[in-house]
Ligand binder design. Sequence first.
Ligand code: PGA
Length: 263
Amino acid sequence: MKKLYVGTSWKMNKTVTETHEYISKIVEFMQKNRETVKDLDVFILPTFLAIDAALQITKSANSKLKIGAQDCCWEDSGPFTGEVSPMHLKDLGAAYVEIGHAERREIFMETDEMVSKKVSAVIKNNMKPILCIGEEEKPAQINIALHFLEHQLLDGLSRINNDDLKNIVIAYEPVWAIGATASAPLDYLREAIDFLRDLLNKKFGNNCGNDQVIIYGGSVNLESARDILTLPNNDGIFVGRSALNVEYFISMIKMAAEVQKIK
Ligand code: PGA
């Protein structure tokens, strides 16, 4: 059975105190519902400052909730003032590092070159990159978006080996659906994810595109989560605003567990 992924990035939200409350609730829920959540991959990406606090809770409870970061530098150490090292994140116990989110690309001018260096640095440090890709505008014809996605995905993966693919999560996040009122339409999503899987099959062979973990992010909420999780070619949801409320996030985890039984 393929795992279903339920993850959230808090972006620049939640203090260390708030992190403590939220993570404690999730850990408690997952302990009490061990059997229900056993085949899910649940992850939370707090701010850098709160990662350690989150990990202290998960470690002391021996929880399978995974904690990660929202970005990192491509170098392990050196003269990179203000940057955060992937090696230091690994040392804390982070499992995932999100790379190339639309806000990093747009507001902080991250290029595909930087993204590919970061993906490779995360892998080198034995963590899993969550590589975000997505077209900026909803085109009249999906083919235009697919052409853009092809370049963005292959550029992001340009420094990895075929074997590394199993340690990468691809987050398909159309920029026009992030922070919007609704998620991308299901048909559109299905077509884009099929395209990404075919592309990986062609580029890397061995049917790896079919096994690749691909999740969707962009205005996922309690209304849209179930249908998106149910899409046969999609492996999970990556949630922003709607997961800032811990009860909503717990509801989404429960939904994923239900969907997984019938998928
Ligand atoms: P949103 O954020 O759910 O608030 O749209 C999603 C994302 O940026 O990944």
